[in-house]
Design a protein around this ligand. Structure first.
Ligand code: MOS
Length: 738
């Protein structure tokens, strides 16, 4: 990854992450790395059938082993009040009624939990548990089932559904994306510790401690405050930590059962099964344009897989209704239940899936029209208002993203016709696509604690899953207070800290930055109150009048009515000053529509003999509002681009339709992009603040880093070879056979 040379790094760039040293030295603890006194280990036993009923579970042999403490099944378990009956389970929105049903919905569904003194004992004992079943026919064949499932209209229909068909230029094509799996480096893990009958402490890998707290408070019928959730370091999520999954409940039940702290860590194969995935999908895009290249109509149908016990909807068609000005729009969707576990949001979720199809169709149309794909998009952007809601965009600089990206990839070097450029056996091609994401914001809280020496600690319950949220919080606190960054400590991911939304959907910084600004103002106000006991002028001071430094407080200009923190603390008999504040969206969210956007460009080489694709260079230009920390932001976008490469070329979880099994469900069998697959990735930002979004002007940018990137790659492969690949991943065989 390298930054765009002509773009000077903005503020805050050169320093490392606030958590960097802790991560690289190993002192930062991930969920599974805690050791609680007297803890024991739990291992899940999965069903060996994919559909049916459990008639009997044989646990006797496992239970007799030395070191085994107990084996939980749906017939032998502690009482979970929120799962007492089917209605309660549904109301809890927990999803899988783990250990509360004899129904098997998918192969590998946890049917028992073995608890033992050591991980080895528990693992061995789990291998001895087996069940007798009544087996029903399982179906995991999405391609076979989806034609029988009708789509329903979603979103707001505009104009006529058939307008696209009357256009002189049109594309009518279907697109397929295989089942993909998040696979963050860190395994999902839970250590559950009942400190008393109604007090629970959890070390847990997730993307939102307050969400975990809420869900389990409901299930166990205890106040949320009685559940402490610690997720201080999170080794990646990609969406897998946005939900609370069965293994966490299994750990809590196990701890209840044996009345000891229990650690449960998923194995890598279980990570493929029990913490969500990007559902397999089929899409049909019908898009028309007039002879000037104006889009006249689009119909977008999308279907994706879900489980039999939950109707997860990924929202594939949303992006179709927001990027371009199209007079006639109809979007439709459906979910297709299979004997698999429930999918969930993954890397730019449904919008990323949808953008692949729509941005591929637009590219195809550009060749029919003999128009440059860049010019075609610029002509059709809906830059002034959200085309569905009609609300004015607060800010939308997608046009600038496209123009800047075209310059960075040297788009002018591209030949208009496909399959024109070769280097030996390698065909060269250029491709581009756009991405957009609804830039949201939630209510978030933060606290600041100040010591007499002027060091401060900024705290929030929000997690940082590797995006740099903590670093950005430090940057904003520095900007707001003037206190040196090295004196600003950040504490995250603990449910006893001020409540905050989960980190996901590109809303982390957008939500927390408002809280940090509010808390900095609260600190200034509180210090002014103490200062007023020494200097009259502070009595009516507003936060804007207060200047802080590393050593003390001043009024309006530095060193004016200066009072050192030492003196302030001493005179007011303070050992620590603490403030807390929260902030969230307001009326501006009714008035404006919000989006982040990106333009993705790439240059590929395709080997005409082997079908191998090498990505030469990728460019991502992002409008994420003001960029608080360019290093962390660019890091996130380049990481997303690597995800885009995986999606475009490699990622595919094979499912054996005969046995309803995942195949190759480990990191040897499931391919994603690694360092050797990652080209030079150039990232640039528009970096214009959106002051309606929140006080920091940031809009959030994780999702748009990947939304559209797979289409840019497939479009480049077409330009290189003249072969239009509409099914992901584009593996070499597909190129050779096309
Ligand atoms: Mo995500 S899919 O925004 O964690």
């Amino acid at each position: 990854m390298r930054f765009f040379e002509n773009q000077p790094l903005v503020n805050n760039a050169p320093e490392g992450r606030v958590e960097g040293v802790a991560k690289v030295t190993g002192s930062g603890k991930y969920a599974a790395e805690y050791k609680v006194a007297n803890q024991c280990y739990a291992v899940l036993v999965g069903s060996t059938i994919a559909a049916g009923t459990i008639n009997r579970i044989h646990v006797e042999e496992a239970k007799e082993l030395a070191g085994v403490l107990d084996v939980i099944t749906h017939l032998h378990k502690p009482i979970v009040p929120g799962m007492a009956d089917a209605a309660k389970i549904k109301e809890s929105r927990f999803g899988l009624p783990i250990l509360h049903t004899d129904t098997v919905y998918f192969k590998g569904q946890p049917i028992a939990v073995v608890i033992a003194e050591t991980l080895e004992d528990a693992t061995y004992a789990a291998s001895l548990v087996w069940a007798e079943y009544t087996t029903r026919e399982a179906n995991v064949n999405f391609d076979q089932l989806h034609p029988g499932v009708a789509t329903k209209a979603d979103g707001k229909e505009r104009g006529s559904v058939s307008a696209w068909a009357d256009a002189p230029y049109k594309v009518d094509a279907s697109y397929n994306i295989q089942h993909e799996v998040h696979n963050p480096m860190e395994m999902h893990a839970t250590i559950a510790h009942w400190e008393s009958a109604d007090k629970l402490k959890l070390y847990d890998k997730n993307q939102g401690v307050n969400n975990v707290q809420r869900i389990f408070a409901k299930l166990w019928n205890i106040p949320p405050a009685n559940i402490e959730v610690i997720s201080e370091f999170v080794g990646g999520g990609f969406g897998s930590g946005l939900r609370v999954w069965p293994h966490a409940l299994a750990a809590i039940m196990a701890a209840r059962q044996v009345n000891r702290p229990v650690k449960l860590v998923l194995t890598r194969p279980q990570m493929f099964l029990l913490v969500g995935y990007r559902p397999q999908s089929w899409q049909q895009v019908q898009l028309g344009a007039d002879s000037n290249g104006r889009f006249t109509g689009i119909r977008h149908q999308a279907k994706h897989s879900t489980s039999l016990y939950e109707d997860f909807n990924d929202g594939i068609t949303r992006v179709t209704r927001m990027v371009y000005q199209i007079p006639n729009v109809k979007t439709e969707s459906a979910n297709v239940p299979l004997n698999l576990s429930t999918p969930t949001w993954m890397r730019g979720p449904g919008d990323c899936t949808g953008a692949f199809a729509v941005e591929s169709a637009i590219d195809e149309l550009s060749y029919q029209l003999k128009m440059d794909p860049v010019a075609l998009r610029l002509k059709n952007l809906a830059l002034t208002q959200h085309p569905e809601s009609g609300k004015p965009w607060s800010t939308n600089f997608l046009n600038e993203c496209i123009e800047k990206g075209a310059a960075m990839i040297h788009w002018q070097d591209r030949q208009p016709q496909p399959a024109q450029q070769k280097e030996g056996d390698w065909a060269i091609g250029y491709g581009m696509a756009t991405g957009m994401w609804n830039a949201g914001r939630g209510n978030a809280g933060a606290a600041i604690k100040m010591q007499p020496d002027g060091t401060i600690t900024v705290q929030t319950a929000m997690t940082d899953i590797g995006t740099g949220t903590g670093t950005a919080m430090q940057n904003i606190t520095h900007e707001q207070t003037g206190i040196t960054k090295s004196k600003i400590k950040i504490e995250l991911g603990h449910s006893t800290l001020p409540a905050a939304p989960s980190q996901g959907g590109s809303t982390g910084l957008s939500s927390i930055s408002g809280a940090v600004v509010a808390t900095c103002n609260a600190l200034k106000q509180k210090l002014a109150g103490y200062a007023a006991t020494q200097e009259e002028v502070y009595k009516s001071a507003a936060p804007a009048d207060i200047l802080l430094s590393d050593t003390g407080i001043s009024y309006q200009t530095h060193n004016h009515h200066f009072i050192s923190y030492n003196s302030l603390f001493e005179k007011n008999h303070l050992t620590e000053v603490e403030v807390e504040a929260s902030a969230g969206p307001g009326a501006e969210r009714q008035q404006y529509a919000f989006c982040s956007s990106a333009a993705h460009f790439c240059r590929v080489k395709v080997n005409i003999k082997t079908g191998k694709v090498k990505i030469d260079k990728m460019v991502a230009v992002v409008d994420g509002g003001r960029i608080v920390n360019e290093k962390a932001a660019a890091n996130q976008v380049s990481g997303a681009a690597v995800g885009g490469i995986g999606m475009a070329l490699m990622e595919e979880q094979a499912v054996d339709h005969r046995y309803a099994s995942l195949v190759g469900n480990d990191l040897a069998g499931y391919h994603f992009a690694v360092n050797a697959d990652a080209p030079i990735i150039e990232v640039a930002f528009i970096n214009k603040p959106d002051t309606n979004s929140n006080p920091s002007g940031a809009k959030g940018l994780g999702e748009v880093g990947i939304i559209g990137s797979a289409a840019a790659i497939a479009n480049a492969i077409y330009h290189a070879t003249g072969k239009r690949l509409r099914n992901l991943p584009v593996t070499p065989d597909k190129i050779l056979l096309a």
